[in-house]
Write a protein that binds this ligand. Structure first.
Ligand code: PGA
Length: 263
């Protein structure tokens, strides 16, 4: 099951950073940095996940300047519309040409107490609106010590994929909680071990064909200096990048990991 048929995806999760004016400057800079470097977008897909208040602006810019970046939301409601103050519907994201939506990021699970059942409901909401869910899973250090490296992520993904049809397009992101924003990066071998277990979950839940085409990303302190080592692993098909996605030159260098010395 080689990664040859899966187009690598480098996704920038801005979290609560960059207002809509900063977003314009950032997206233009990223676009021109990649263009100047001769990046070919058919080799590696680039996606940005701005805060909700930036999405309209980023969509307009991408559209007007024909910038080949995919766009996504960082979360969505389980509901489609109605009296849910503060919530954002998948329909609204779709209307703004978002293709993706991050679901179950560990910061949502921790600070907003999102359960595996909430994550599963959000996956269904995304699919109802033709959005590709980027399903985040990952263990804390205590959980890794208690139940090993794969158990938590495997269980989280199993629940998230309940009721998902075999032909659905999904992306999975393995993000060990202990590696997010800490600078304490997982080793490529650790990432591969869990990503391979997650691919087996996709196979068991959605079938072998889905497992072969589903992209599984690693996330947690990814930088231009370590991305290539992750991308060499057979079950790592890209990265979900937080901090390093906010610096245009650094994010562009991550996107261009194939050009790094020694790769
Ligand atoms: P980080 O965040 O790259 O800053 O560790 C990754 C993420 O949370 O998606």
């Amino acid at each position: 099951m080689g990664s040859v048929t899966r187009k690598p995806l480098i996704a920038g999760n801005w979290k609560m950073n960059l207002d809509h004016l900063q977003a314009v400057a950032f997206v233009q800079k990223l676009h021109w940095t990649l263009k100047d470097a001769g990046h070919e977008h058919d080799t590696v897909e680039v996606a940005v996940f701005p805060p909700f208040t930036d999405i309209r602006t980023v969509q307009t810019l991408i559209d007007a300047d024909k910038i080949p970046f995919a766009l996504g939301g960082q979360d969505l409601s389980t509901k489609d519309s109605g009296a849910y103050t503060g919530e954002i519907s998948g329909a609204f994201l779709k209307k703004l040409d978002a293709g993706y939506v991050i679901i179950g990021h560990s910061e949502r699970r921790e600070y907003h107490h999102e359960s595996d059942a909430d994550v599963a409901a959000k996956v269904q909401a995304a699919l109802r609106h033709d959005l590709v869910p980027v399903i985040c899973v990952g263990e804390t250090l205590e959980q890794r010590e208690e139940s090993g490296p794969t158990a938590v992520s495997v269980e989280q993904l199993k629940v998230a994929l309940e009721g998902v049809p075999a032909d659905a397009d999904v992306v999975v992101a393995y993000e060990p909680v202990w590696a997010i924003g800490t600078g304490q990066v997982a080793s490529p071998e650790q990432a591969q071990e869990v990503c391979s277990a997650l691919r087996a979950v996709v196979a068991a839940s959605l079938g072998d064909e889905a497992a072969a085409r589903t992209r599984i990303l690693y996330g947690g302190s990814v930088k231009s200096g370590n991305i290539a080592s992750f991308m060499r692993e057979p079950d790592v098909d890209g990265a979900l990048v937080g901090g390093a996605s906010l610096i245009a030159e650094e994010f562009a260098a991550i996107v261009r990991y194939q050009k790094h010395v020694g790769v």
